[in-house]
Each structure stands twice: as structure tokens, then as C-alpha cells.
Ligand binder design. Structure first.
Ligand SMILES: NC(=O)c1ccc[n+]([C@@H]2O[C@H](COP(=O)([O-])OP(=O)(O)OC[C@H]3O[C@@H](n4cnc5c(N)ncnc54)[C@H](OP(=O)(O)O)[C@@H]3O)[C@@H](O)[C@H]2O)c1
Length: 259
């Protein structure tokens, strides 16, 4: 299938590892020039080299915290007029909401709600003028089905989803789409980290918990980040222009519902 995005430019945030990296890799495979960001330079450069070697596409790196104004400015300076924007950042920590102070909440809102909104604000009018834009927000299955220990994630990401539901319908007539990609369990550092915290709390081995997680998913396994990347590339394809304001759950069937 020709995705029809060869030669396009993408800004993929938080993309040295895990799901962001997979999105950048899949887009680069389609001939998209990608700008990738992360806070740790060594991992970011290594990932850039791997994407270049695997795809031959142009990869630009920007070191910085995307949840800060300076980090966003640096990313936008390197890629001022992207055709594709993939919003992503690290997720808030798990815990008990009784222990979270205002500062903790502000951090979560900054990373998982306000940063995507500010980046959309910076690029959406250019996309409208060029009559092509694809924006994908990496959120979480927790938007559809809250995860008890991830209250800040549940809250911040749902706020973003609500905002985008309105905006997506205002820009769609210009061939600019905004959609959410909702990961269930994908085998990344984040999943391992959450599993380690849960294992420590339960006094059980982490491998046992991960195996249980895989077994409890209808697909019988956790997701491969490459599968997530390919879904992202599809949402960014030229042919996906009629997919507007949707939230696509990639969870191996974990969310049990008819529709
Ligand atoms: N994996 C899952 O199963 C799953 C499920 C539901 C939701 N999610 C959510 O999906 C998102 C991606 O998760 P993942 O599993 O891919 O995580 P991951 O494997 O830990 O990778 C996170 C990536 O984002 C970068 N990053 C984190 N915070 C950043 C920031 N403030 N500015 C710039 N770069 C940043 C990291 O690099 P540096 O640390 O060097 O900056 C790394 O490249 C997270 O929000 C996570 O909560 C994941």
C-alpha cells in the first residue's frame, strides 16, 4: 500500500525509544523526513543512526525536554513547518492521588495535555494553508478505561482528548486530521518500569507480572512497538484524510466492548 507521504516532513516528539521511536521508524520507511526529540543525547543519536541506516530517510535530532517552552522552541526551530506532528512525552508516575501535590499535577498536565496543545497551535495554521496535515497524539488506553494507579495519566490525557475532539472537527475541511492513538501494553521501557513498580508493591517477580499481563490480553501477548509505529504511519497517510477526531485503541483486544 502506498501511503502517499514520501517527501513529507514529520516532527515526532519523545522518539529515541519505545512508541515514539517506532512511529519515527515507520514514517521514515515511507520516505518521510523525520525530526526526532528526546532529552538524552546519546540514545537519541543512536536511534537517529538506526533509522537512517534502516530507511535511508533524513533524520534530524533535537535534544530537549518537549514539556518545556525551550524544548518546544528548539523542536519547532528544527522543523518549523511539519506536515506531520506526532505528539508524545513520558507518562506521569503511578501512585496514590492522596500523595500528589499541585506541582505533580502541573507536571503531568504540562507533559501530557498542554505540550501537545501548544505544538498543535504552532503548526496547525501552516498545515491548513498547505492543505495537508496529520496530527497524531499518543495517549493511552487509560483514556477509554482508567487505570487505578495512573490517576494523573487518566486525567491529563483525557483533558487533551476532550480538547482535540473539538479542534479536529474545525480543521478537517482543510485536509488536516487530528487523531489519538491509544496504546495498551506495548513492550517498552515504560511498560517494564510500571511492571517493576507493581511487582515491588506486590512483592512478586516482575517477569511473572509481565507474563500475566500478556496472558490476560485476548491477543495472548503484549504489543510490539513496530505495530504501533505502522498504525501511526497509516493515520498519517494521504488516504487517511477522512479519519477525523478518532481514538484508535491498540490493545490486543483488552478493552472488552461490542463497539
Ligand atoms: N508502552 C506502553 O505500554 C504504554 C501504554 C500506555 C501509554 N503509554 C504512554 O505512551 C508514551 C510513550 O511510552 P513508551 O512506552 O514509548 O515510553 P519509553 O519507552 O519510556 O520511551 C519514552 C521516550 O520518550 C522520551 N521522553 C520522555 N519524556 C520526554 C520529554 N519530556 N521530552 C522529550 N522526550 C521525552 C524518552 O527519552 P528521554 O528519556 O531521553 O527524554 C524516550 O525516547 C508515554 O506517555 C506512556 O505513558 C505507553
Amino acid at each position: 500500500m502506498d501511503m502517499g507521504i514520501e517527501g513529507r516532513r514529520a516532527l515526532v516528539c519523545a522518539a529515541s525509544k519505545g512508541l515514539g521511536r517506532a512511529c519515527a521508524m515507520s514514517l521514515a520507511r515511507e520516505g518521510v523526513a523525520v525530526t526526532i526529540t528526546a532529552r538524552t543525547e546519546a540514545t537519541l543519536e543512536q536511534t537517529a543512526a538506526e533509522i537512517r541506516a534502516a530507511t535511508g530517510s533524513s533524520v534530524t535530532t533535537v535534544v530537549g525536554d518537549i514539556a518545556t517552552e525551550a524544548g518546544r522552541a528548539a523542536a519547532l526551530a528544527a522543523c518549523p513547518d511539519p506536515d506531520i506532528l506526532v505528539n508524545n512525552a513520558g507518562g506521569p508516575p503511578p501512585g496514590d492521588f492522596r500523595t500528589w501535590e499541585r506541582e505533580d499535577w502541573i507536571k503531568a498536565l504540562d507533559a501530557n495535555m498542554l505540550t501537545p496543545i501548544f505544538l498543535i497551535r504552532a503548526v496547525v495554521d501552516g498545515m491548513i494553508a498547505r492543505k495537508f496535515g496529520r496530527i497524531v497524539n499518543i495517549t493511552s488506553a487509560s483514556v477509554k478505561s482508567p487505570i487505578a494507579t495512573l490517576g494523573m495519566s487518566n486525567g491529563a490525557r483525557t483533558g487533551l482528548t476532550g480538547f482535540v475532539a473539538g479542534l479536529a472537527r474545525q480543521v478537517a475541511r482543510h485536509n488536516v486530521t487530528i487523531n489519538g492513538l491509544l496504546p495498551g501494553p506495548f513492550l517498552t521501557d515504560r511498560l517494564r518500569g510500571n511492571a517493576m513498580a507493581a511487582a515491588a508493591a506486590a512483592g512478586r517477580p516482575v517477569d511473572e507480572l509481565l507474563a500475566e499481563r500478556a496472558r490476560d490480553t485476548p491477543a495472548g501477548r503484549v504489543g510490539d512497538p513496530a505495530e504501533f509505529g505502522d498504525a501511526c504511519a497509516f493515520l498519517c497517510s494521504a488516504g487517511a484524510g477522512f479519519i477525523v477526531g478518532q481514538n484508535l485503541l491498540l490493545d490486543g483486544g483488552g478493552f472488552n466492548s461490542t463497539l
